[in-house]
Design a protein around this ligand. Structure first.
Ligand SMILES: O=C(O)c1ccccc1N[C@@H]1O[C@H](COP(=O)(O)O)[C@@H](O)[C@H]1O
Length: 220
């Protein structure tokens, strides 16, 4: 199955929005995607009503991404009933990602945990619009992402996938340009690195992250 719309390949996603100041900073500084976390073990977890209220502050872009960890159909249906989402970012298998796309018809992004070069995917199923490359979480972690944990960006040198992907994990306003340069990432995703406390975004850090990331992504 072919995704319904052509994805923007390059860009910046700010994930884990919970309140107005953070959301408004994403709009003001030109985020390409904003993420809402629907996973109750996250300090960034929001209800569909909260996500809808934030989304309603601005008509049009950026695209709204809903983040789910091993979601069942009932959870996805309940959230989509409460808030309009443009993309479903899921932690699941390739097979489950294909099922979700077939069932809901909303573009699906799939998170792929990586700790070694051999973990980098060589192909992407047609039902998956983009793959997020993230570090494997520590065994003690209570969630599979959003842990401010960095990947070895050198792992991606010479890896030239033919599908859209995005780098996430431990990015900050100060390291994002170097991460893009070393990994060759066409797009980046951040949560902890633009927060003043878990779940609370810093408008100033969002501004600096987007500015530094866009300079690196669109230079040359
Ligand atoms: O943000 C969370 O709380 C979260 C919970 C469960 C799964 C994924 C989560 N976040 C994702 O992880 C990346 C990297 O986070 P960080 O920048 O290292 O904090 C984040 O962008 C989300 O896509």
């Amino acid at each position: 199955m072919v995704p319904l719309s052509a994805p923007a390949v390059r860009g910046v996603k700010i994930c884990g929005l919970t309140e107005e100041a953070g959301f408004d900073a994403c709009i003001a500084h030109g985020a390409d995607w904003v993420g809402f976390v629907f996973f109750d073990r996250s300090p960034r977890c929001v209800t569909p009503a909260q996500a809808r209220a934030l989304s309603g502050r601005h008509a049009g872009g950026p695209a709204r991404v809903g983040l789910f960890v091993h979601p069942d159909d009932e959870t996805l249906a309940r959230v989509l009933d409460g808030v309009s989402l443009d993309i479903l970012q899921i932690y699941a298998s390739f097979e489950r990602a294909a099922e979700v796309y077939a069932r809901f018809g909303v573009p699906v992004w799939l998170s792929q945990p990586v700790s070694a070069r051999a973990d980098l995917p060589v192909a992407c199923p047609a039902a998956v619009e983009r793959i997020l490359i993230e570090p494997k979480p520590p065994a003690s972690a209570s969630r599979p992402g959003g842990n401010a944990q960095k990947l070895d960006w050198g792992l991606m040198q010479g890896w030239t996938p033919s599908f859209p992907w995005m780098l996430a994990g431990g990015l900050t306003p100060d390291n994002v340009a170097q991460a893009i340069e070393q990994s060759g990432a066409p797009a980046v995703d951040v949560s902890s690195g633009v927060e003043s406390a878990p779940g609370l975004k810093s408008p100033d850090a969002i501004a600096r992250f987007i500015q530094n990331a866009r300079s690196a992504l669109f230079s040359g």
